[in-house]
Design a protein around this ligand. Structure first.
Ligand code: FAD
Length: 431
C-alpha cells in the first residue's frame, strides 16, 4: 500500500497501486476487479482517489498508436499526456483544440472530466473533439464508442469521472495551426460590469478569453486576457525560460491575507502598466504554472481546496458579485482566481461541467472550519442561482447540490461500472 494524494494535498491515503502497462492486457487486468483508474492526479479533490482500495494507474499507457498528419487524427493510449501530444503534433502543424490550464494531464483524465479551456465559447470542451474511445469494463467487456457509435456509452463516459470503465485508448481530432505563437491582449477592468462588457465584446473576435479577478477587492476588478493564434509559420519552437520547483512543503501556507493583498495589488498594477498587445508562446501563455513544479506545496501541510462553480448567465452578474463579496468578507482566497464565460454550446457528456453561463474558480488554503463556513455561503449562492460545482476540483460539495447541479445523474447511473468507485462517488452517489 502506498500513500497517495491528489493535487490539493488535503489528505494522503493508503492505496494499492496497480499500473496499467500494456493496452492489450487492460481488459484482462481489470476483469472481475474492484478499483478506480487514476491518470496524472491533477484533479484537486477526491475524484481520482480510492482510499483503502486499488488504483489502476494509467500513466504508463503512454504510446501514440497512429497519427495522420494530413487529417490531424490521432489515436493514442489513454495515459498519454496532452503536453506530449502537442509537442509531437506541432511539428506537423496541429495542436489539441481544447486543453485545460495545465497540459500535464492524461487523455483519459481529460475525457473523464470533459475538461474545458479558455476557448469554450468557440470550441466547447475536450469531449467535443473525441472521435471514439475504447472502454474496458470490469465485467470483461470492451466497448467501442463515439458520438455516432454506442452514443449512450460515449455520453456517459465523457465527463463520467472514470465511473463507466477504464478508457484504454482514444481517437482525437486535432486542429490546424500555423505555429506556436499567440497574439495576446490584456485589458484591465474595474468591476464586473466592465468584465461582462469585455466578455460580450471579445467572444466573436478572440478565440481565447479568460480573466484574473482580484478576490479581495470585493468589486470584481481584474485583468481580461484574450488571445488569437498568430499566423507565424514556425513549428519547432519551444518556449524560452527554465522550469523551477517549490522544493519543500513549508510549515504553514505561504498564501495568507497579507501575502495575498500584496500580491494582488502588485499584480494588478504591473499588468495595468503592461496592458495591450504582445506575442506569446502558447505553452507559456496557456499553462503558466507548468514551469513551476510542485507549486501545490505552497499551501503548506494542510493543503488547499479549489472551488469552481458555473452559474447561468442571466444571474451571473449578481451571483458572481455575491460570491466575491462573501470571499472578501471572509479574508480568504488566493491569487489564483479565474473568471470566464462559457459559450452556449451544450456539452456531450451527461455529467459534463460546462454549461452556458459564467464560471468562477478560486483556490483556498485549507483553514478548517473557517473555510467550510465560507463554502457553505458560496454553495447557497450557487444553489439559488441554479448553478453547479465542478467535480474535478471538488472534495466537499454537499450531495444535494451535486444532485441538483447534474440533472442527468439518474440516466448516467445506468452506465456505471459496479466494480469501480472513488472517494467522490461514495461521498456523492453513495457507492
Ligand atoms: C494547474 C491546473 C489547472 C487546471 N485547469 C483546468 C482548466 O482550465 N479546465 C479544466 O477543465 N480543468 C482544469 N484542471 C483540472 C484537470 O484538467 C482535471 O482534473 C483533469 O481531469 C486531470 O487529469 P489527470 O490525467 O490528472 O486525471 P486524474 O486527476 O488522475 O483523474 C481524473 C478523473 O479521470 C478519471 N480517469 C483518469 N484516467 C482515466 C481512464 N484512462 N479511464 C477512465 N477514467 C479515467 C479518474 O478516475 C478521475 O475520475 C486543472 C488542474 C490543474 C492542476
Amino acid at each position: 500500500m502506498v500513500r497517495v494524494s491528489s493535487w490539493g494535498r488535503l489528505d494522503a491515503h493508503e492505496h494499492e497501486l496497480a499500473p496499467l502497462l500494456d493496452r492489450t492486457r487492460v481488459a484482462a487486468q481489470v476483469r472481475g476487479g474492484q478499483g478506480l483508474v487514476q491518470g496524472n492526479a491533477r484533479s484537486y479533490g477526491d475524484v481520482c482517489l480510492n482510499p483503502g482500495g486499488r488504483l489502476w494507474r494509467s500513466t504508463s499507457l503512454d504510446r501514440f498508436i497512429a497519427f495522420d498528419p494530413a487529417s490531424g487524427r490521432l489515436r493514442c493510449e489513454a495515459g498519454v499526456l496532452l503536453r506530449d501530444i502537442q509537442r509531437m503534433s506541432l511539428a506537423h502543424g496541429w495542436l489539441l483544440p481544447v486543453t485545460p490550464g495545465t497540459q500535464l494531464v492524461t487523455v483519459g483524465g481529460a475525457i473523464a472530466n470533459d475538461v474545458h479551456g479558455k476557448n469554450h465559447h468557440l470550441l466547447g470542451s475536450f469531449g467535443d473533439h473525441v472521435l471514439g474511445l475504447s472502454l474496458a469494463r470490469t465485467d470483461g467487456s470492451v466497448i467501442e464508442c463515439g458520438p455516432d457509435r454506442q452514443p449512450g456509452w460515449f455520453a456517459a463516459t465523457v465527463g463520467g469521472m472514470g465511473l463507466t470503465g477504464v478508457i484504454v485508448e482514444a481517437e482525437l481530432q486535432l486542429r490546424r495551426v500555423a505555429g506556436p505563437w499567440l497574439v495576446t491582449d490584456t485589458v484591465p477592468f474595474r468591476d464586473l460590469d466592465e468584465f461582462f462588457a469585455l466578455a460580450d465584446g471579445s467572444e466573436a473576435g478572440w478565440e481565447q478569453t479568460v480573466s484574473w479577478v482580484d478576490c479581495l477587492s470585493g468589486i470584481g476588478r481584474g485583468l481580461f486576457f484574450r488571445a488569437n493564434p498568430a499566423n507565424i509559420p514556425e513549428r519547432a519552437a519551444r518556449p524560452s525560460g527554465r522550469a523551477h520547483r517549490v522544493p519543500f512543503v513549508p510549515p504553514v501556507s505561504l498564501v495568507n491575507g497579507l501575502s495575498l493583498r500584496a500580491f494582488n495589488e502588485t499584480y494588478f498594477r504591473l499588468n495595468q502598466l503592461k496592458a495591450g498587445r504582445t506575442l506569446a508562446h502558447f505553452e507559456k501563455y496557456t499553462y503558466p504554472l507548468d514551469n513551476l513544479h510542485d507549486w501545490n506545496r505552497m499551501y503548506g501541510p494542510r493543503g488547499f481546496y479549489q472551488y469552481q462553480s458555473v452559474v447561468p448567465r442571466e444571474v451571473g452578474r449578481y451571483a458572481v458579485g455575491a460570491m466575491l463579496e462573501a470571499i472578501k468578507a471572509s479574508g480568504q482566497g488566493s491569487f489564483l482566481a479565474v473568471l470566464k464565460t462559457f459559450g452556449d454550446r451544450p456539452s456531450r457528456g451527461m455529467m459534463s461541467f460546462p454549461r452556458p453561463g459564467v464560471t468562477l474558480a478560486l483556490d483556498f488554503p485549507n483553514r478548517g472550519a473557517a473555510t467550510a463556513r465560507l463554502f457553505e455561503r458560496l454553495d447557497a449562492i450557487v444553489r439559488e442561482a441554479g448553478g453547479r460545482i465542478y467535480a474535478a476540483k471538488d472534495a466537499r460539495m454537499p450531495r444535494e447540490l451535486f444532485e441538483s447541479g447534474y440533472p442527468r445523474l439518474a440516466e448516467f447511473l445506468q452506465y456505471r461500472d459496479p466494480g469501480i468507485s472513488s472517494a467522490m462517488s461514495r461521498r456523492l452517489i453513495g457507492s
